[in-house]
Design a protein around this ligand. Structure first.
Ligand code: NAD
Length: 420
């Protein structure tokens, strides 16, 4: 099939590369010339395991990138919208990129005789979906269900294992209005052999928001329990292991630590809380999930202060700047937050991340960046581990180490965890 993808970030690029791998002809569209140039040169602009290899395999043949949306979209049977839906200051979803992408798609299909499929993959509040359809209708002069077919198809991949998740998803959720044929989507996704769940376009997006908010809630619950455990001298991970023996409780997302980050869990939970507020609905659980998470990095700071006293002039290693292992994404990263807090309180921060250093440098040029965890620890009097990258498991030092994420293999009297 001929496919174009508007937005070539974590989701768009992975979607494009994986659909090229299953034999489709894919054109990636992005407004960033730099990103398009890198992709066409076979250089992956983001770090994601397995993505560079897929890109190199298909670029120039079944996969290409362009800034020319009209040209790309005009040839496509299926058009994906994969641009960002960042959080505005009030917690609402900033729809400007999706609306702009929807308009581009609409303009590009104006003169077409056939009716292409337009799929909204960007995480979009259910209340905003009609605006997206309207933007396409107004710019194309065509009606949904006649001149084009609109679907929602939220993405559930996780950064750090995005390629694997896309190729072997737990489920593929497709939203459409009644009576529309989703046969083409079933065909597109058939090589992945996963269960497909069809529902209304609004329900599909709500599945995404509810799932992410639920996962965020599990983490904040684990952190609240973990904070209590720390005060009681109890190992919270041991408690989670015991809890997980109950079949109704899954062990996943019960690891207490320094809080969640990234571009999805915080913003999707905040967006749902905002939508609830607009509807006059109480969302005290969602608010509490966000509140616990916001406070968790300050628990790291409190603990370090208890051990080290004032930070003024202290040299502290911050290990892990990405929001999770396996990615270079530092959006909403607890590691970055802790590095900022330490720096603003007078500490000299020696920061290290296996993949996210270049992104971190752009956002926090005042920190001191190291080439390895060893170097950062050598230059510091204490260290804090903020991302559970595997390589941190081997750390062996006599200096004080605080784990914000549990990873260390060795147990030593000078090592402690934030919730254990
Ligand atoms: P991203 O910020 O990595 O990428 C977005 C890309 O869109 C950028 O390259 C940007 O230049 C481009 N763009 C913006 N406006 C454009 C336009 N009008 N035309 C063409 N390109 C344009 O975003 P992402 O992390 O890939 O997320 C995309 C969507 O998928 C969001 O709604 C997000 O919530 C959702 N999502 C993300 C993840 C994830 O792990 N990152 C997982 C599931 C769902």
């Amino acid at each position: 099939m001929k496919i174009s993808i508007i937005g070539s970030g974590y989701v768009g690029l992975v979607t494009g590369a994986c659909l090229a791998e299953t034999g489709n002809e894919v054109i990636l569209v992005d407004i960033s010339e730099g990103r398009v140039g890198e992709i066409n040169a076979g250089k992956c602009p983001i770090y994601e395991p397995g993505l560079q290899e897929l890109l190199q395999k298909h670029i120039g043949s079944r996969l290409k990138a362009t800034t020319n949306a009209q040209e790309a979209i005009f040839q496509s049977e299926i058009i994906f919208i994969c641009v960002g839906t960042p959080q505005s200051k009030d917690g609402s979803t900033d729809m400007q990129y999706v609306i702009s992408a929807a308009k581009s798609a609409g303009i590009a299909i104006r003169g077409r005789k056939d009716a292409p499929i337009i799929i909204l993959k960007s995480t979009t509040p259910p209340t905003k979906i009609d605006e997206v359809v309207l933007a396409i209708e107004n710019s194309s002069g065509k009606k949904d269900g006649e001149g084009f077919y609109f679907f929602t198809n939220p993405e559930f991949l996780r950064e750090g294992s995005a390629v694997k998740d896309f190729q072997k998803p737990d489920r593929i959720v497709v939203g459409c209005s009644e009576g529309k044929s989703s046969e083409m989507l079933a065909r597109l996704y058939s090589p992945f052999g996963s269960k497909m769940f069809f529902c209304s376009s609004k329900s599909a997006m709500m599945v995404k928001y509810a799932s992410n908010s639920f996962l965020a809630a599990k983490i904040s619950f684990a952190n609240e329990i973990g904070n209590i455990c720390k005060k009681l001298g109890i190992d919270s991970h041991e408690v989670a292991n015991g809890m997980a023996l109950d079949r109704r409780i899954n062990r996943a997302f019960l690891d207490s630590g320094c809080g969640f980050g990234g571009s999805c869990l915080p913003k999707d939970t905040a967006s749902l809380a905002f939508e609830a507020k607009m509807l006059g609905e109480c969302s005290s659980m969602l608010s509490a999930v966000l509140e616990v998470n916001k406070n968790q990095p300050s628990k790291v700071i409190e603990r370090l202060k208890t051990r080290l006293g004032s930070f003024s002039g202290k040299k502290i290693a911050v290990l892990g700047l990405a929001f999770k292992p396996g990615t270079d994404d530092i959006r909403e990263s607890p590691g970055m937050e802790v590095a900022f807090l330490l720096h603003s309180q007078g500490a000299k921060v020696f920061a290290y991340d296996p993949k996210a250093t270049e992104n971190a440098k752009k956002h926090a040029p005042a920190l001191n960046y190291c080439k390895s965890a060893k170097e950062a620890i050598e230059k510091s009097e204490a260290a804090v581990i903020m991302t559970d990258w595997k390589e941190f498991a081997e750390i062996d030092t006599e200096k004080y180490v605080l784990e914000g994420k549990r990873i260390l293999k060795l147990k030593k009297p000078n090592y402690e965890g934030i919730c254990w």
